[in-house]
Design a protein around this ligand. Structure first.
Ligand code: HT7
Ligand code: ZN
Length: 866
């Protein structure tokens, strides 16, 4: 397979003003009739004579140019070429496709009896021949024809403009989307779906029809998504001045979907697990995820749809900005600190690992073989951090002016990340030339901080030195422009003034490789609080003592840094045990946790976060040649010691905080459930009988899925084997009719460090509810095992690695996007101890040597073996 390079970008040779589609749906195939209004692009200097269109797995039924059959066309692998076309013409193409056999879930496919599409990034070429690239923007009219009884609901982008009966029990609906869009935003749906309606009145007084389409069995699970949508619509008007532009906004839930959701213009399509919720079936975490994904897809209407990407190297233009926007939204809907902690926790474990591995790439990559492999944490999450840093450097008001300018300047265009940064520069008059390196250079920068205090002059000097490790294709890195938000704290806990204006917090801007910052007028050596709110996606090294970390845990005015100080302390305690520097758990850690549990008035969600020990994944990330069993052993020892020492306090939390009454997804209730269920998990993990009894009672009596699943997981990850198996059997019997709940049942087992070994996971693959063609089930069993259950995935005998290799091989034959996603955990093989490294690399080599490897998997496997 060939790589595509950013440096080879050329403007399209032809532009398309209008696309007229007529899609005839039948049980065994679909006929797609398209009429394209095409003209030569005046900006194309090559003056190409031939029209070249993308197309994959299409049966070409007919091809006419200006009404006359084309005889001299060529169909090669992936392309249709029409030689010597005029300046301006229309092309009529009819293709035959087979949605029922489309197991890749790209293009038009069938899921649970309905038809739906997924065109990003390159799925439209599997529906009809087209210049399938995001800088070709056209207006679409789409007529769908299907059997009325089987497919009463027929949807496409835009507004419905015509509908009616046809012969043989068929009907048609025609949709028109007045906004020019790239082909990746095309969508259509046909099915027997129920419609839930709501409405939203915009700031300018327009009433928007909101419609959610789901299978009848899911009718009661729409309320939360619709409420989230309305909140997102109001928020985008208030915070970004963005109003919705069509008369209808539609949301559809489908069971088989390769990712979370898709922002098709006016017709967002969601993975059922990312949109459907009821208190009985969905956890607080699912409610939270749905709120942010619904908002994310909605926000794309401006950041992605009205202003889109010039080419796929610019993917972070829409994804990084939109993740930043959805993070801001979630922060405004709940606790900003808790939201930030959860986000950074994920970024630091998963994105940092990606940035340190063989697949590391810049936020704006330079090349790819398969673009589907670049929907990465780097493009999404690091891309969002890059936008956040611009926000920090400019301040909220200038940032808003920059985003207003960006939307006004580029509405209806396909642009680059550079255009985004330029709008920010032009609005603020700040020079972001050096800052652009965040888009260009891969790898996580490292900050080494040292300090000195001159007692005589009362001057405190912080010296920050930056470096960035080499990444594939980039051995040397230029210094980054890094905002470091910070403060200084006196021994009595007072936040010290940092400047003449008596500010107690500031943003240091590091642009050189090394820079010293001075603070004067200090009576004593302060404790520095650095990188507040995680103001830059970097690794920070400063030698805080354990006492200083304990001090920061309770006294740092920045909530994020209070949590981070606790994490640093726990990391130090765990790794000291693992590396033999300590044999016992430092009692100061236990006391710090005791204080958290007994101090009245603390935010329970924060206490729950602060009580959670650093994950095994984060500890691996901090360790060279990671020996997973040894890390796990040390972590387990600390957890057991802490939980045993704090048994009484944990029981008190349970007594004080266990909620009763009606479920609501609101911050107070969510926080109480989260702390109470963390306490329950710790109690059952030490084999406490009272903990077990409480878990059993909660499992029986819970009226919501958060508490019910927490009780199940507490029993699963405990030594109570009989109770665990009984609870698993009952849970399945009660919920087998609901795929989203069964997914959680699978994950509770495949992710369990207690029971989720290869034997258990193999049994799950043979379970009647498991379905190889459903990505959610595959992710919940195989993905959770390899991605979250590091204890068993990295079993020293290599059985976990071999198991994953076998499943990837099987999946690659019918869904390459999923097989390539599942291969990710193997790509980090160089990070591990020799025995694990060898076994992981061995599996990768076996995969590489297979005949007929998909392009997706080929890229992941060959790049990671490097
Ligand atoms: N923009 C959407 C990306 C997406 C996707 C990409 C590749 C393959 C399948 C896919 N489904 C959705 C999702 C988003 O970021 O909003
Ligand atoms: Zn997105």
């Amino acid at each position: 397979p060939q790589a595509v390079h950013l440096a080879d970008y050329r403007v399209p040779a032809f532009l398309i003003d209008h696309v007229d589609l007529r899609i005839e749906l039948f049980e065994d195939c679909a006929l797609v009739h398209s009429r394209l209004n095409i003209r030569r692009n005046p900006a194309d200097e090559s003056q190409a004579r031939d029209l070249v269109l993308n197309g994959e797995e299409l049966g070409l039924e007919s091809l006419m140019l200006d009404g006359r059959p084309v005889e001299n066309h060529r169909v090669d692998e992936g392309f249709l070429t029409v030689p010597s076309v005029p300046e301006h013409f229309h092309l009529d193409v009819t293709t035959r496709i087979h949605p029922r056999d489309n197991t890749r879930l790209e293009g038009l496919y069938q899921s649970s009896g309905m038809f739906c599409t997924q065109c990003e990034a390159e799925g439209f070429r599997r529906i009809t021949y087209f210049p399938d690239r995001p800088d070709v923007m056209a207006c679409y009219r789409t007529r769908i024809e299907a059997d009325r009884e089987a497919y009463p609901v027929l949807l496409a982008n835009g507004n419905p403009v015509d509908w009616g009966e046809l012969e043989d029990g068929r009907h048609q609906v025609t949709w028109e989307d007045p906004y020019p869009k790239p082909s990746y935003l095309f969508a259509m749906v046909a099915g027997d779906l129920v419609e839930k309606r709501d409405e939203f009145v915009t700031g300018s007084g327009r009433t928007i029809d909101l419609r959610m389409y789901v299978e009848a069995r899911n009718e009661a699970k729409c309320e939360h998504a619709l409420a989230s949508l309305k909140k997102a619509m109001a928020w985008d008007e208030e915070v970004y001045g963005r109003e919705y532009d069509l008369d209808i906004f539609m949301v559809v839930a489908v069971d088989d979907f390769n990712m979370g959701a898709m922002e098709n213009k006016g017709l967002n399509i969601f993975n059922s697990s990312c949109v459907l919720a009821s208190p009985e079936t969905a956890t607080d975490a699912a409610y939270d995820r749905i709120e942010s994904i619904v908002a994310h897809e909605y926000f794309h209407n401006w950041s992605g749809n009205r202003v889109t990407c010039r080419d796929w190297f610019q993917l972070s233009l829409k994804e990084g900005f939109t993740v930043f926007r959805d993070n801001q939204f979630s922060a405004d809907m709940g606790s900003p600190t808790v939201q930030r902690i959860d986000h950074v926790n994920m970024l630091r474990t998963a994105q940092f690992a990606e940035d340190a591995g063989p697949m590391a790439h810049p936020v704006r990559p330079d090349s790819y073989i398969e673009i589907a492999n670049f929907y990465t944490l780097t493009v999404y999450e690091k891309g969002a951090e890059v936008v956040r840093m611009i926000h920090t450097l400019l301040g909220p008001d200038m940032f808003r002016e920059g985003s207003d300018l960006y939307f006004a300047r580029h509405d209806g265009q396909a642009v680059t990340t550079d255009d985004f940064v330029r709008a920010m520069e032009d609005a603020s008059s700040r020079d972001l030339t050096q800052f652009r390196r965040w888009y260009e250079q891969a790898g996580t920068p490292e900050l080494r901080v040292t300090d000195a205090f001159d007692a005589e002059s009362g001057t405190y000097t912080l010296t920050i030195r930056q470096s960035c490790p080499a990444t594939p294709g980039q051995s040397h890195k230029e210094p980054f422009h890094i905002p470091v938000r910070m403060g200084l704290i006196a021994s009595d806990g007072e936040a010290l003034p940092l400047d003449a204006e008596q500010n107690t917090e500031t943003v240091l801007e590091l642009t050189d490789t090394e820079h010293s910052f001075q603070f004067s007028g200090l009576a004593e050596r302060p404790v520095p609080s650095l990188l507040r709110g995680f103001s830059a996606p970097v690794k920070l090294d400063y030698s805080w003592t354990r006492d200083q970390l304990m001090f920061l845990m309770s006294r740092d005015p920045d909530g994020f840094n209070r949590w981070d100080a606790g994490q640093k302390l726990a990391v130090d305690v765990i790794l000291s045990i693992q590396q033999g520097r300590d044999t016992e758990v430092d009692p100061r850690l236990v006391e710090a946790y005791r204080t958290l549990l007994t101090t009245p008035g603390l935010d329970r969600a924060m206490v729950a976060r602060m009580l959670a020990l650093p994950s095994t994944a984060w500890l691996i990330e901090l360790t060279d040649e990671a020996d997973v069993a040894a890390i796990d052993g040390a972590r387990h020892q600390v957890e057991q010691t802490v939980a045993r020492a704090l048994r009484d306090e944990l029981l008190q939390v349970r007594a004080d905080h266990h909620p009763g009454g009606d479920y609501a997804f609101e911050p107070g209730q969510v926080a109480a459930r989260s702390l109470s269920n963390s306490a329950l998990a710790l109690l059952t993990r030490i084999g406490d009988d009272q903990g077990r009894d409480q878990a059993l009672a909660q499992f029986d009596q819970a009226t919501n899925m958060t508490d019910r699943l927490a009780a199940l997981k507490a029993l699963v990850d405990s030594p109570f084997s009989q109770e665990r198996e009984d609870a698993l059997a009952r849970f399945h019997a009660d919920w087998q009719h609901d795929p989203q709940v069964v997914e959680q049942w699978f994950a509770a087992q495949s992710g369990s460090p207690w029971i989720g070994n290869v034997n258990r996971v193999t049994e799950l693959l043979a379970h009647p509810a498991f379905d190889w063609k459903n990505p959610n089930k595959v992710r919940m069993v195989i993905g959770v095992f390899a991605g979250r259950n590091l204890t068993h995935f990295h079993s020293p005998d290599g059985s976990g690695h071999r198991f994953l290799g076998e499943q990837i091989r099987r999946l690659d034959a019918f869904n390459p996007q999923i097989s390539a996603q599942l291969a990710q955990p193997l790509t980090r093989w160089r990070q591990y101890a020799p025995h694990l490294r060898d076994s992981m690399a061995g599996v990768l080599r076996e995969l590489r040597d297979l005949p007929d490897l998909s392009r997706d998997l080929y890229e992941v496997v060959t790049k990671s073996l490097g």
